[in-house]
Design a protein around this ligand. Structure first.
Ligand code: LMR
Length: 328
């Protein structure tokens, strides 16, 4: 890559903000949908870009496209199979049309915290999931953490009945659809980049997401606070096309895998702290963060957990039992 100053001038004149790639470098476009600053995925993707561009200069050049600036998550996997983008890190809830195996991660209240998710993903069972879409042309390279999901709406949500009749945006996951139907609410699948506008105009009344997404997208500005429910998780699969990855020279692939593994362990260790920082920023901005009493929490568990039985046959009760066993 060029020197930073030269790259900036070029990038500015081209109206883009990525590191310029040199002729002869293998270009890896890495598309994602969140902000880059104070966000677990945004920080990790930028660190991967920086390290590859420094350590593999002349061989490989990574260009990160954040904020849905290249593709939103509903399009990126098709674009990857077409060879238009080489890496992405969609949430595990967005692989529904490629595998049903990730449904385990969407079951409400299955994991107590991200540490349990981490233990499960690092088990033999979890690691196998990364290769579960190889036949379809997608290869999982790493799991990246975001955090626990919280609930928000245009009115306070303290007991499950508060959600009844409200329209909630969901990611493209049938488990999440069933979760909101279990509350008597109306779920609507929608791309991430449309959520703020849909909340603002009243197309939807509420949403579920992590503190970093609620802060990063400013959802709190158009909601009546948020409730700390920790009822589910948002985590990511760093994914590439099998053809692209297998076509790389062995040494290049090996070095990319080493850098990615180091970035993954460094940033995954910080994801909970990053979300906590975002929660504090939401409070500081004057928005309400409501906490549940133990009784209120029990009511949310009782309302949402029956969803498990709907998907148990498809996921496998043994798979569910194994995942649950990683809670401390
Ligand atoms: C969402 O669509 O709400 C999230 O998957 C966005 C993200 O990438 O964190």
């Amino acid at each position: 890559a060029l020197t930073t100053a030269a790259a900036c001038i070029l990038a500015l004149s081209a109206g883009t903000a990525f590191a310029a790639c040199d002729a002869g470098e293998t270009v890896i476009k890495f598309a994602h949908v969140t902000n880059t600053d104070k966000h677990p995925k945004g920080i990790a993707a930028s660190l991967f870009e920086k390290r590859v561009n420094e350590e593999m200069n002349g061989k490989v050049c990574v260009e990160v496209f954040p904020n849905s600036s290249l593709y939103d998550d509903d399009k990126v996997l098709e674009a990857m199979l077409a060879g238009d983008v080489q890496m992405a890190a969609p949430s595990l809830s967005k692989f529904e049309s490629f595998t049903k195996k990730f449904r385990i991660f969407d079951l409400p209240f299955i994991f107590d915290d991200i540490a349990a998710v981490d233990r499960y993903q690092n088990s033999d069972d979890g690691q196998k999931l990364k290769r579960s879409m190889e036949r379809k042309g997608l290869l999982g390279l790493a799991f990246w953490h975001n955090g626990m999901k919280q609930l928000s709406a245009k009115k306070p949500l303290l007991v499950p009945e508060d959600a009844k009749g409200l329209k909630f945006r969901i990611q493209t996951s049938d488990v999440l659809q069933a979760q909101f139907e279990a509350l008597g609410a109306n779920p609507q699948k929608m791309a991430f980049k449309e959520v703020y506008g849909a909340l603002q105009t009243g197309v939807i009344d509420g949403q579920e997401n992590t503190w970093s997404n609620i802060y990063g997208q400013k959802f709190f500005e158009v909601q009546d606070g948020a409730t700390e429910t920790n009822h589910g998780i948002i985590d990511y699969l760093v994914v590439t096309s099998t053809d692209f990855w297998n076509g790389l020279p062995d040494d290049v692939r090996g070095q990319l895998e080493t850098i990615l593994a180091e970035v993954t362990s460094e940033r995954n260790a910080e994801s909970t702290a990053v979300n906590e920082e975002n929660k504090q920023l939401i409070i500081k901005a004057g928005s309400k963060v409501r906490t549940l009493t133990p009784e209120q929490r029990k009511a949310w568990v009782a309302a949402m957990k029956p969803v498990w039985s709907k998907f148990a046959d498809g996921i496998g009760q043994d798979v569910i039992d194994a995942a649950v066993s990683y809670n401390a």
